[in-house]
Ligand binder design. Structure first.
Ligand SMILES: [Fe+2]
Length: 181
């Protein structure tokens, strides 16, 4: 289930509040500058759906987001326990970083945990099937797909070269719980 945990103080992860109602998550995420929405599939997709089938299945929603936010390309990232390099892939997103553009993800299947650092607070948002998250450009954040990942996400980009990160060098992510803990 989607859930937002708000840590009041980045130095004390033991102090937090949890929100589980959709409206509360939207409002809480907005306080962090993050857009959170639920999208319905335009048509039913089989688990074996290819990237093109997934993008076609959400064509209208993706086109709308491109118009609103200036994204030019979209792709689909799919990770599951049989993905050979998933531990490396997990590690890649697990340190705090920023992007020069918004990070928009729509969860077609599965789930993952985004951490958004808006000092002194840290917002941890579990996203699952049907959830759209948009983390604004320049916002420090990290992402955990967990040790046994299951996710299929549409990713939207302004820069056609795809995912480019600037790591902050802050070890903050190590102080916070991992996905599933
Ligand atoms: Fe990112």
């Amino acid at each position: 289930m989607s859930r937002l945990t708000i840590f009041a103080d980045e130095m004390h992860p033991e102090r937090f509040e949890q929100l589980e109602r959709f409206e509360d998550i939207v409002a809480g995420a907005r306080a962090a500058g993050v857009r959170f929405e639920r999208w319905a599939a335009e048509r039913e997709l089989p688990p074996s759906a290819t990237q093109d089938e997934v993008l076609a299945g959400y064509a209208d929603a993706v086109a709308q987001l491109k118009r609103e936010c200036g994204f030019v390309t979209a792709d689909v990232i799919s990770v599951h326990p049989q993905t050979p390099n998933h531990p490396e892939l997990r590690k890649k997103f697990l340190s705090e970083h920023t992007h020069a553009e918004d990070e928009a993800r729509f969860f077609v299947e599965g789930a993952g945990l985004f951490f958004i650092h808006r000092a002194p607070r840290v917002y941890a948002l579990v996203c699952e099937r049907g959830d759209l998250i948009n983390v604004p450009a320049g916002t420090p954040h990290w992402f955990d797909m967990g040790p046994t990942p299951r996710l299929k996400c549409i990713r939207l980009f302004c820069d056609p070269s795809g995912w480019v990160a600037r790591f902050t060098g802050d070890a903050i992510a190590d102080r916070f719980p991992r996905f599933g803990e």
